[in-house]
Design a binder for this molecule. Structure first.
Ligand code: IMP
Length: 432
């Protein structure tokens, strides 16, 4: 098993951080392929809570390497702050963290542009994380972005940034009637550049070499399938390919190097920000689940919207990503739930849909079809053995697995590292 891919099967926040942290013990390197510090991967162990935004969770496992690939957009201020926080907690990234020389850089003006663009959208705003992610990917695609390799080239960086800033300033004045705030950026970024220099590498060459040497590589997705720029609920998506394909482009790895894909889903569904959400619960029910599941954004603190598990969406996620094995997280949040609803498919104007609608207008008007399953009304949190799962919890998992035609390889019944169970005899277990 050369490279195993971990991908979010919903709208992000599925618990990928925790799963990656658990699996990382069996791998040599963990590599992140898309997004930026809009992601928040929470890992809890030994009574400590770590929220990693850019650095792959593997950094918390002694001796493991961590890679930030070319597909990630990097705010050097955020990266340096995260490195400092880790170092303070006793995790030194030196010699273990590798930053792609091809990754694009986020500048303060990207954040300014994003905040202004969101305000201009009014009620139809996307609800972005205000980290400058979208405008940075826009610059990348319009071929005017600056990359880590530019930051490393001190002779040219000043001139390149100066040219770009003049262009941004003109746009800013025309669009918002005020100049761009750029004072001190060059000097600040030059300092970041020197701090990051020892970590910069050709990470595609590094990963391909490691795979050729038989090393074990874990690929860490950020966000989730339905936030993918091409396959998600556009335009209420992030600006990168968070789905499986993004791992190849974002890390410079050939498709055949990926030998297994694990999709992560909660036992229910959440989303942050605007956009369609067919199985969203009414306010009161959602509030209850939000409290029980502590569904507040790890990065922004925003309350997450909550709803029932959506098998129509998961079926789509299985298809897009080629998911071989599912990890179901937060099963314990349903411990006191008398009845559980599961969406088995959508109808639109009375007709069952066989494919995921591409447009928001249709998806907002589908009628989810539900099956009601009995809850287990017993604690699964604190379980020491997955064999001790209550019968109704097993039935719930079996229902999901049968409906999707995909095994469930792992479950999580609490936020701590220890509350994670690999199910024996599964493909996922065989990859470790
Ligand atoms: P952006 O990625 O900041 O541009 O935000 C675009 C959309 O993706 C917004 O709805 C965000 O709430 C959502 N989003 C971005 N990152 C995450 C994440 O890590 N978890 C959940 N939602 C996210």
């Amino acid at each position: 098993m050369a490279a195993v891919l971990i991908v979010g099967a919903q709208w992000g926040d599925e618990g990928k951080g925790k799963v990656v942290d658990y699996l990382a013990q069996s791998f040599d390197v963990v590599a992140r392929y898309s997004g930026g510090h809009n992601a928040g991967h929470t890992v809890i162990f030994n009574g400590h809570r770590f929220i990693l935004q850019l650095i792959p969770c593997g950094i918390l496992r002694p001796g493991k390497l961590a890679v930030i690939g070319a597909g990630v957009v990097v705010d050097p201020a955020a990266l340096v702050a995260e490195m400092d926080a880790l170092s303070k907690a006793g995790y030194d990234a030196t010699g273990r963290l590798f930053l792609s020389n091809r990754a694009h850089l986020i500048f303060p003006y990207h954040r300014q542009m994003e905040i202004a663009a969101e305000a201009a959208r009014g009620a139809s705003k996307i609800g972005t994380t205000s980290r400058g992610i979208g405008p940075t990917y826009e610059d990348k695609m319009s071929r005017r972005g600056l990359r880590v390799c530019d930051l490393m080239n001190t002779a040219c960086f000043r001139e390149k940034l100066g040219r770009l800033a003049a262009e941004k300033d003109a746009i800013c004045r025309a669009a918002f009637g005020k100049p761009l705030e750029i004072s001190g950026i060059v000097e600040q970024y030059e300092k970041y550049g020197e701090r990051l220099r020892p970590f910069v590498a050709d990470t595609s060459a590094l990963l391909n070499r490691m795979i050729a040497e038989g090393k074990r590589v874990l690929l860490e997705g950020a966000q989730g399938t339905m936030l993918d720029i091409d396959h998600g609920t556009y335009p209420f998506v992030t600006s990168s390919n968070s789905t499986a394909g993004g791992a190849c482009t974002g890390l410079g790895l050939p498709p055949h190097s990926i030998t297994g894909v694990a999709g992560i889903t909660k036992a229910y569904t959440t989303r942050v920000g605007g956009g369609p959400f067919p199985t969203e619960m009414p306010d009161l029910e959602a509030r209850d689940l939000r409290e029980r599941g502590k569904e507040f954004g790890a990065v922004t603190g925003r309350p997450r919207r909550c709803g029932w598990l959506d098998l129509a969406m998961l079926r789509y996620a299985v298809q897009i990503n080629g998911i071989d094995s599912l990890v179901v997280t937060k099963l314990d949040v349903f411990d006191a739930q008398r009845e559980i609803q599961v969406c088995t498919g959508y109808r639109y104007k009375g007709t069952p849909l066989t494919e995921m609608p591409p447009d928001v207008e249709t998806l907002e008007n589908v009628t989810p079809e539900y099956r009601t399953l009995p809850g287990w009304m017993a604690p699964t949190s604190g379980l020491k053995d997955p064999g001790a799962l209550p019968g109704a919890a097993r039935d719930y998992l079996k229902f999901i697995s049968d409906a999707l035609g995909v095994e469930i390889g792992m479950i999580s019944t609490g936020p701590e590292r220890e509350a994670t169970f690999l199910l024996p005899g599964t493909k996922l277990a065989s990859w470790l």
